[in-house]
Ligand binder design. Structure first.
Ligand code: AHR
Length: 563
């Protein structure tokens, strides 16, 4: 019998509802026998519909973001060629080694807000002759009163060649963000020329060669501005559309297809998305051809449970938090899926062929200052198991929407918001978020398939009021006979068992990798850098219907060999 997905999901929901009701009744009235079940029903079901393909998961959704902000570059990526810290041409070696292990596909630089204050010409040519400039973030309380430190007065040691070299070492594509607020379009064209013009062809190609890179960098991804509604120029969407058209017109291509990313909305700013497309179309439908992606930023920062919308007051602490703040972060992060859908709907009104995709080039949790590992680490925060679970939840959202999201960049790579790495001098560690990226790398470039999670909700107290949140969710992808399923259990205290049904295949074998901690605040420190790390779990699944129990506060990768 053929069963449609719609019917299947409806039946599954009804069956689950009945099972939960029966369970509830059994718990509420323990004197009644429960004759319906020889064994208790499974609390949760995961239905993997193998022949329902959602699209190829772009490896680029596992991308990163490295702004010249605080200690992301200086003390993070860049230690300098003369440093005692192991480096490759000044770039921290332990960082590139670790990035290679997670197949880092793309890195965005130099901002963020910094990008619209940056003159790329300051960062090329002989390092000793490069000017020192006041960094965009120099006024931040953490560095404001400090001396001449690179986090405040940028020595420009790390410029275009160094970033391109960093990407090459890490095995990543560079994604540059061009300055739209404070430089004319010519500078953008010249930056493209510097990066991509063939060896010996232009004065800028010669300058690039003199800095050690004869061959072009062939940079494909170019962001035209950043947050142009805010630090990138305080523009209206219509004003930005005009700027975008001007910047994107007649850019030298050097035989490559350049992919331009327009500065897009924040959160639920649908007005920006609509206004930008309307502005673009004032010049006719062909003007959309220059857009490859629309950027979107989403930070999970307001943990106040509706008390305030104030950017500072609403934030929570990175390490000291109650379960309610754990769940609040999950609730905030979970909103991203409906925001993607919302912006996608608006984009489709203008781009009926759905060619232009979303680039979520800044995402992550954002806490109050205070947990940074060193006093120069602006926006630095400690990364706990909460952030790992939140990151798994977010990456699953991207995996479930491969038709809409073509790139995403976690903010930010090192010593900053949702960092995969923390470094200070010669000390270096990988955070729990790093391990999530490593586990989820199994999905890169695979075919996303529909996975329906039918699981009871977690109930908890939200400031005196009962609240719920889902207990299991995730994503699935197929590569040949290899099925990868990632599952997040955000329940702070309870494991959740699930029956996993494979529709269309059966498992011959499998393995499970788990990132779980007994303390939800657990994190890695320079003294205990491996306090949180994944472990392999004994598991021998076979057949069409298999079981797995997901640990509390965990992220799990199930890898199945299908027959
Ligand atoms: O990631 C930190 C900042 O957040 C970026 O510079 C900016 O784009 C965003 O507002």
């Amino acid at each position: 019998m053929t069963i449609t997905r719609r019917k299947f999901v409806r039946n599954s929901s009804l069956a689950l509802g009945a099972a939960l009701l029966a369970q509830k009744t059994a718990f509420a009235a323990p004197y009644f026998p429960t004759p319906h079940f020889a064994t208790p029903p499974f609390a949760a079901r995961i239905e993997v519909i193998l022949n329902e393909e959602l699209g190829t998961i772009s490896p680029n959704i596992y991308g990163h973001f490295a702004e010249n902000l605080g200690a992301v570059v200086y003390d993070g990526i860049w230690v300098g060629e003369n440093s005692k810290i192991a480096n490759v041409g000044g770039i921290r070696k332990s960082l590139v080694d670790a990035l290679q292990r997670i197949s880092s596909p793309v890195i965005r630089w130099p901002g963020g807000c910094f990008a619209d204050s940056y003159d790329w010409k300051d960062g090329v040519g002989p390092a000793a002759k490069r000017p020192r400039r006041t960094n965009f973030w120099a006024g931040e309380p953490l560095v404001r009163d400090q001396g001449n430190i690179p986090q405040k007065y940028d020595p420009n040691e790390f410029g275009t060649n160094e970033f391109a070299q960093f990407c090459k070492l890490a095995g990543s594509q560079p994604y540059f963000a061009a300055n739209v607020r404070s430089l004319p379009a010519t500078d953008f064209y010249r930056w493209v020329e510097y990066c991509n013009s063939p060896a010996g062809s232009t004065t800028l190609a010669d300058l690039r060669a003199a800095s050690g890179s004869k061959d072009p960098f062939n940079v494909r991804y170019w962001g035209i501005g950043n947050e142009s509604w805010g630090c990138g120029g305080e523009m209206t969407p219509g004003e930005y559309a005009t700027e975008y058209r001007r910047f994107a017109a007649w850019v030298p291509q050097y035989g490559m297809d350049l992919s331009f990313i327009a500065s897009g909305p924040n959160d639920a700013e649908y007005k920006w998305t609509r206004g930008f497309f309307e502005g673009m179309l004032q010049k006719g439908p062909n003007s959309l051809n220059s857009i490859w992606g629309l950027s979107m930023h989403y930070y999970s920062w307001n943990l106040s449970r509706g008390r305030t919308r104030d950017w500072n007051d609403g934030k929570g602490d990175a390490v000291k938090f109650e379960p309610v703040e754990w769940y609040e972060l999950m609730r905030e992060a979970d909103k991203l899926e409906s925001l993607i859908e919302g912006h996608w709907q608006v984009m489709n009104e203008f781009d009926a062929k759905r060619r232009i995709k979303l680039v979520v080039d800044e995402w992550g949790p954002w806490y109050k200052p205070g947990s940074e590992v060193a006093p120069t680490h602006i926006l630095g925060q400690m990364i706990t198991q909460r952030d790992a679970v939140m990151s798994g939840l977010t990456l699953d959202i991207f995996n479930r929407n491969p038709d809409k999201v073509t790139m995403a960049n976690c903010a930010q790579l090192i010593n900053c918001l949702n960092s995969l790495f923390l470094a200070n001098g010669d000390r270096f560690l990988t955070t729990p978020v790093y391990h999530v990226f490593q586990m989820y790398a199994a999905h890169q470039g695979a075919q996303a398939v529909r996975a329906e999670f039918l699981a009871p909700s977690i109930s908890y107290d939200r400031d005196g009021k009962p609240a719920t949140f889902w207990s299991l969710k995730g994503s699935a992808s197929l590569r040949g006979k290899d099925l990868a399923i990632t599952v997040v259990n955000p329940d702070v205290s309870q494991p959740h068992e699930a029956e996993i049904n494979l529709l269309g295949a059966e498992a011959a074998s499998g393995r499970a990798t788990v990132l779980a901690t007994t303390d939800i605040h657990a994190h890695n420190t320079f003294d205990a850098p491996e306090a949180v790390k994944p472990h392999a779990e004994a598991w021998s699944p076979t057949g069409r219907s298999i079981k797995y129990t997901f640990a509390p506060a965990s992220i799990t990768l199930l890898q199945l060999k299908l027959v």
